[in-house]
Write a protein of this length. Structure first.
Length: 470
């Protein structure tokens, strides 16, 4: 089914009252009898004149759609409900030590409703606090180790410098004794110097060579010590970061334990009124379960309140956000308040064929109570829309229709309508098979609409003229 066809069915609420056709039909019978007796041979040729005469007799007039404001009221019963309704349960296991509010009491956001006795969770939290302190101390220890490692690294680097200086001294001594030994060896060969003096110099040369090797080995040793100091420093840095991470973990565990302790005070999630209490001191509570599997409290937010009303199917398409609604309270001797439509369910309830519509009403004085019955009148306003008199629109077979004058003849045409007031109805689209791309064009005000006694038009119309029955 097309959208327009659904819309046509949904909007079939135009008020149309059939006028009594007795007098026009009597006139029509007398006219037909006179015509049959006088002009049998010309009856078929005068069909158009006959219909014109019928229209004049019935008082048929030609009108055009005109723009005007339409205001329609949809009146339905409704109920007041709390803006929010929350059953209160426990998050943790424990015993009820005290409840602070009872039914009918007003509470503010964050007020404590129940105090629980949870010594195990309190002790667990204290242990987590001590763990935090210990982790923070471990950071100080790790930082001290890091400072020592950095100091050792500086010492190792200084020793390398000293060892390299020793290598230079040993190399200088080695070079001196090497040169002296070579000089004395020449003198011994020339028999100028005694051999013993040369040999003593050679021993000094060997000691210088050994000292040089020792100095070079010391450089290697101090270099290795420096590398170890660097590794120790890097490890100390990692230990500091690990200690800080341990502190973060300890704080997270402490917060978890603290939250569990805070759950021992069950608080109101918003300001409202306690409407149910199902808890007593000493009750053992389990997570998500109250006494006898009932909620501990039921809290309702009553400022504002919501008015729920079911809008019938035929009017559901007209309801829009911010439509004005007048609410009459039966419990307050008919006192009324004005509100606005704030939301609707979009889909209709399949069992009641109604659209759930909500209206928010301020209730700072607390006079309005959830559960009250009310009468809701929703005002549907349409500004400067195309309209026709309601008695120019007929309804038959789940279809709204009008008669258009086409080539001097009445043509029954199916239409899609909108809201209506006491006298006029909004007209949206008309059926026209002559349009190739859109067989439901909008009204434009140029239509020649035949108004008056539609029964006479229906009786005098040929079957081929029913343009709205395709």
């Amino acid at each position: 089914m097309s959208t327009l066809a659904i819309e046509s069915r949904t909007l079939a609420i135009a008020r149309f009252t059939f006028k009594s056709p007795v007098l026009p039909l009597m006139t029509l019978v007398l006219f037909l009898a006179h015509s049959a007796g006088c002009r049998h041979s010309n009856q078929s040729g005068k069909s158009a004149d006959l219909k014109s005469e019928q229209g004049k007799t019935a008082g048929i007039t030609i009108i055009h759609p005109e723009r005007r404001d339409i205001r329609m009221n949809v009146v339905q019963p409704g109920t007041i409900e709390a803006f929010e309704t929350t059953p209160i349960y426990s998050r943790i296991a424990g015993y009820v030590q005290e409840y602070r509010y009872n039914i009918g009491d007003r509470v503010k956001d964050g007020d404590v409703l129940i105090d629980m006795w949870i010594p195990d969770l309190v002790q667990a939290h204290a242990q987590r606090v001590a763990t935090v302190h210990r982790a923070e101390v471990q950071i100080d220890v790790a930082q001290s180790v890091l400072r020592a490692a950095e100091s050792n690294l500086l010492t190792a680097e200084a020793r390398i410098v000293s060892a390299r200086a020793g290598v230079k001294r040993a190399q200088a001594s080695y070079t001196r004794w090497e040169s002296e030994y070579k000089r004395l060896e020449v003198l011994v060969a020339q028999r100028v110097l005694d051999v013993q003096v040369r040999d003593e110099t050679y021993r000094q040369f060997e000691e210088a060579a050994a000292a040089r090797d020792q100095a070079e080995a010391l450089v290697s040793e101090t270099t290795s010590a420096r590398d170890k100091a660097i590794a120790d420093r890097d490890k100390a840095r990692v230990d500091v970061e690990a200690a800080r991470a341990d502190v973060g973990v300890a704080w997270a565990n402490e917060r978890e334990a603290r939250v569990n302790v805070e759950y021992g005070q069950i608080k109101a999630p918003y300001a409202g009124v306690i409407t149910q209490r199902n808890v007593s001191p000493g009750d053992y509570l389990q997570p998500g379960i109250g006494s006898n599997n009932r909620p501990l409290f039921v809290l309702e937010q009553i400022d504002p309140v919501r008015v729920f009303v079911g809008v019938p199917e035929l009017a559901s398409h007209f309801i829009h956000e911010n439509d004005t609604a007048l609410i009459r309270f039966q419990a307050l001797a008919g006192i009324t308040r004005e509100g606005k439509v704030v939301r609707s369910g979009f889909s209709l309830n399949p069992s009641t064929r109604t659209l759930q519509t909500e209206i928010d009403i301020p209730n700072s004085d607390g006079h309005l109570r959830p559960g009250w019955y009310v009468t809701v009148s929703i005002t549907i306003d349409r500004k400067q829309v195309w309209t026709l008199p309601s008695d120019a629109i007929g309804f038959q077979g789940q279809q709204n229709y009008i008669y258009l004058q086409v080539n001097g003849k009445p043509v029954r045409t199916q239409v899609i309508i909108g809201p209506s007031d006491d006298t006029h109805t909004q007209v949206l689209r008309k059926y026209s098979p002559n349009f190739d791309t859109n067989s439901w064009p909008l009204f434009d005000g140029t239509e020649n609409v035949m108004a008056g006694n539609l029964d006479v038009l229906a009786a005098g119309q040929s079957a081929t003229a029913e343009g709205g029955q395709h």
